[in-house]
Design a protein around this ligand. Structure first.
Ligand code: SF4
Length: 368
């Protein structure tokens, strides 16, 4: 019998750093908001971290996928526009969203249909590869990066030594411990705020509070945060829920960009109707009424008016014009301001933009 994926991945581990030993001998993992208490031999909700002989074993030394593509695809719109983001993921997730668009990697340990073998990888080789391809940013994405935080930090240490910017694309189900652990090594953080209803989060396998706490903490830590909400008809698109969600973001900071993006049928939710451009525009209007200064509509390029562009919060001048992931015009000054009125644009910007490095993704092959 060939080994199962779980057996293969159990060998691709090392001792973790994000846990305590409880008085009864169980291990408390702090990599995500579940904070699993793990007795000897137990596997966490994520199915990739486990207690072996009183030590927490965590994923190490592999990736489930690597790709180099525009940072706008993550999406980050206020962080190094036009840059290439070298993106890697491992396998597994702490949630089980029925509409996951990365289910082949995120649900690899839950769903036998998700066939996604690991590829061996080394941090120094990945960073060399990122530099060779002209990447400015290195991002942990595709699966949930919090559950593999130790491996991400190992790569981020190499990346930062080489002058790269680092980031997570995450569901935000964090803990104070994992955020402090990441803090010295991470610059950008995209949180997928899926709903503002705790009952909805429980359907997905999580809770709302840890996600809200993560957003507050990241902002207080001065990590650059952008938030995405995939607008799913009948799930999270009521005016009441969107008002509460966007009022929460504005209460943390009205300068946090909010991306409301279009759902299309995927994975176990291929019978739900797709989000229309009008739905995105109405949601964006709710975000603006809640006080958010930077609201974007995604996944329906060309159908959402100027909701793909960055405009000055003071004079409304267009600062970055986009068509999907492609930048059509870039007018932010070298010191990060609007050229018309001088208002500072929140985000992370280089003094000089090299234009868009690539509009097409570059696929990278690592050794299986
Ligand atoms: S990462 Fe989350 S789900 Fe996995 S063991 Fe740790 S606390 Fe549990």
């Amino acid at each position: 019998m060939p080994p199962t994926l779980a057996e293969v991945l159990a060998r691709e581990t090392r001792d973790g750093e994000l846990y305590d030993v409880l008085p009864d001998g169980r291990l408390r993992c702090y990599a995500c908001g579940h904070q699993c208490p793990l007795p000897e031999g137990a596997v966490g909700v994520c199915r990739v971290r486990f207690n072996e002989g009183g030590r927490l074993r965590v994923p190490w030394g592999y990736v489930g996928g690597v790709q180099c593509d525009p940072i706008e695809k993550k999406p980050f719109f206020h962080a190094y526009p036009g840059a290439l983001a070298y993106s890697f993921g491992m396998l597994g997730c702490d949630l089980h969203c029925a509409y996951c668009q990365n289910w082949v990697t995120s649900q690899a340990l839950r769903d036998p249909a998700a066939v996604s073998p690991p590829m061996h990888a080394a941090p120094d080789a990945m960073v060399r590869d990122a530099l060779r391809l002209g990447a400015r940013v290195l991002v942990s994405t595709y699966n949930e990066p919090l559950i593999t935080a130790e491996w991400a930090v190992e790569i981020f240490k190499e990346a930062k030594a080489a002058g790269l910017v680092t980031g997570f694309v995450s569901n935000g189900n964090g803990t104070p411990q994992v955020l402090e652990y990441l803090r010295p090594w991470i610059d950008l953080y995209k949180v997928d705020l899926k709903s503002f209803d705790d009952r909805h989060y429980r359907e997905l396998g999580g809770r709302l509070d840890p996600i809200l706490d993560t957003i507050r903490r990241l902002h207080a830590m001065d990590v650059w945060v952008e938030i995405v909400t995939l607008l799913i008809p009948g799930f999270n698109d009521s005016s009441d829920e969107l008002t509460k969600l966007t009022e929460f973001i504005a209460s943390v900071s009205p300068e946090i960009p909010w991306h409301v993006t279009a759902f299309h049928g995927d994975y176990k939710m291929d019978g739900t109707p797709n989000t229309t451009a009008l739905m995105l525009q109405q949601a964006a209007e709710i975000g603006r009424r809640s006080g958010l200064r930077f609201v974007y509509a995604g996944n329906l390029s060309g159908a959402v008016g100027n909701l793909e562009d960055t405009r000055c919060a003071s004079c409304n001048d267009t600062l970055v014009a986009r068509a999907g992931y492609r930048i059509r015009d870039y007018r932010i000054t070298p010191n990060g301001c609007c050229p018309s009125c001088g208002t500072s644009v929140p985000g992370r910007f280089d003094a000089h933009v090299a234009g868009q490095v690539a509009s097409q993704p570059a696929v990278i092959r690592l050794r299986r």
